[in-house]
Structures are given as C-alpha cells and as structure tokens.
Design a protein around this ligand. Sequence first.
Ligand code: ZN
Ligand code: ZN
Length: 424
Amino acid sequence: MREYNADLHFHGPYSGGVSKNMLLPVIAEQAQLKGLHICSTADILHNEWLKHVKQNLKEEENGIFGIEGREIKFIVGTELQDVNRVHHLVYLPDIASAENLRERLLKFGNLDGYGNGRPRLKTNAEQTAEIVKDCNGIMGPAHAFTPYFSIYAHFDSMLSCYGKMLSEIYFMELGLSADSYFADLIADNHNYQFITASDSHSPYPHRIGREFTRIKMKEPDFKSLRHALREREEALITLNAGLDPREGKYHLSACNKCYTKFSMLEAEAFKWKCPKCKATIKKGVRDRIFELANYKEENHPKFRPPYMHILSLAEIIQISLAAKIVQAPEVQTLWRNFVDAFGNEINAVIDAPLEELAKVHSETAKNIESFRKGYVIYIPGGGGQYGTPVICKSKEEMAQKQKELEKEISGKSEFSGQKTLGEF
Ligand SMILES: [Zn+2]
Ligand SMILES: [Zn+2]
C-alpha cells in the first residue's frame, strides 16, 4: 500500500463554462506538476469525451489507466445531475462499465452535445444509484452543501435523497465552501468518507488540484478506491486538503448579484431579497450547515483524517508580486520556477525547506512561511464570489486585520467564534 494524492472531480470542455484546454494530455501534465498521482477521467458518459478518453488513455494491467509519458493514473468517473437538481459523483471500474451505464442512461437524458458533459437526468437519486450499482459503479453526493445543485440544497437528510439505496452510499464530496469541521457538525455525515476535489473548469495550477484527497491504496485503481471509501474503519483516507471554506464561492449567505453578505437573521428579515439590488440572497454553506447541525462544537468520527487548509502556490506568488491576476505571465513564470526546483507544487508549499524556497524568490518564501504558521485571514466568499486570502506577517498583524475585517462585514458577530486555519 502507498498513499496517493487524488483529484477526483473536474470537467472537460463538453460541460458548460469549461476551458477548451481541459484535455487529458494537458490535465495529466498540470496534475503531475501539482503533485497529484490520480485523477478522474471526468465526464465519461459523453460520447465525444469518451472517444477522447479512449484515444489518450491506455488500460495497463489490473484496470489501471495511464497516459503516455506520465506517471499519473486515471479512474473512470463522471458527475451527473438528477431530476431534483442534485449533483452526484460516480466512479466505475473500466470503460466497458461506463459504456454500459451510458446505454442504460440514454433514455433518461441527453448525454451528448455541448453542455452535457455533466448530464441532466430524469431519474431521481435512488433510481440513479440503482442503475449505477447495476453497472458496478459507486455514487455519492457532489459538493454536498452548495445552494444550487446539492443534496443539502434540496433535502434535509441523506435518507430522504437516496431512499432504499442509502446503504450503497459511502462517500460525499465536501465542496470548496465546506471542510470536515463544518460537515461533521451534522451527525448523519459521520457515516461517510469525505472526498475533497477541485471541481476545476480550467487547467491553471491554482484550479486543478486546489482540493485533493490523500488515499492509501494497493493500486491506483477503482477497486482500491472503492475499498478505501467503503471500509471506513480501516481509515484509508489519510488527508483531506482544500481551501479554507471562507475562500469558497458560497460560504456566507450573500446576494447573487451585488455580493453583499448577510447574516441568517438579516437574510430572513429581508425575505432573502437583497435590499440594495432586489436580487436573490443565496443561503451560504455555513448557514445551511448551522441549520442542520446536531453538534455545537467540533466532533468527528474516529476514522476522519485531518483536514489541511491549503493556499495554491500561484495565489501566494500573486500576493508576493502584488500582481493583479493570478494568470499574469510573471506569476505563471515564477510558479514554473518553483515547480521545477521542487518537483511539484504540493512539495513546494507544504514540505520544502524555507531556505531553499528563498533561493527561488525570497518574498514568496516569506509568504509560504506565514502560510505554514497559519497567519492567513480570509475575506469570506458568498453569492458566487470567491473569498480572498490575506497573508499576514505575524500573529499580531493577523489579529489586527481580522478585527478590521469583522467591522466591515455585516453579521460580524457570527464570525468571531469560527475555527480558523490549521489541522485538527
Ligand atoms: Zn456539480
Ligand atoms: Zn444585491
């Protein structure tokens, strides 16, 4: 057994709003530079993408899928949407199972054409899970708490969503706006392994692998993945890594047009209509979780691994260079210098010695040091707008900036008690 860093959720160009460059050779290259070992094939039910997968991936022995010239392996999978607008992640043992599932689902929705990489099905979660099981696949909720397309947007419990298929569900994806601290406040969630994944729509290094799951596996294949998810007492998921939930787009309740943030009380008083622009206030992941929470304090099942809040190297470099956008050429060039020096991004951000990092760029090394010490505050996201990390030089500066931030944001009293950066 060894540990693998896996990003098991992103999309190809046939899902809406995805970069034309999200092709397997590019994904494989970027994922490897990030420090990932396993990716999902994504969008496997789409006819054109399926062709692309068959052209680019080669099945090695034992159902392991590789790509020429790279170490990275792929697990066959997709995301799909059910009739209740809940998104689910699906993983399958091989291409034949995917083709079989495709056949079975053809009559329940358009699987092909532009925008259907993540197909919208006419079946509910229970029916879908049954068909997936028939095709030897596994399924679980995607980004379980987001306000538009998730189980907890439309249901109050896993049982009410999955019905008699509940016993076949072993995992849920947390999504960018939640972490284990928040998700485990709901007792029901103690029955599931958590997957952290990027849901990336572009191959930029601050997107792909921005969340990943570290999994102990015999082989980098479906069988070992299913085993790790199903046999949770063996604690084979060893790390969830991802954004601080405050960086996620839907963390706080906020207007989906002008992004003004509201506390639950305020939002209810305004009947979920923004008083400034009359658009809808979208309930944030934090508020939805507090609504359903059974625990008031941090509480986890024994098998739950630590959750590491990470910042992407490109974002740290952007801050260090005071660049306007993370895609700026000077940011991307320096990112490449770091990755070339340390093998991959995860190694540079989490493990590499600071003196060595300083030889590449001293300001970035200082910011990585501050990040490792946890000196980061966040202007929280909401309503579809990402949050923004602010790296501080010291504990004192962090406390000062946090205070200023709380003064600025409506609903401030609810911020103060929230757990900040770090593992548990
Ligand atoms: Zn989704
Ligand atoms: Zn508004």
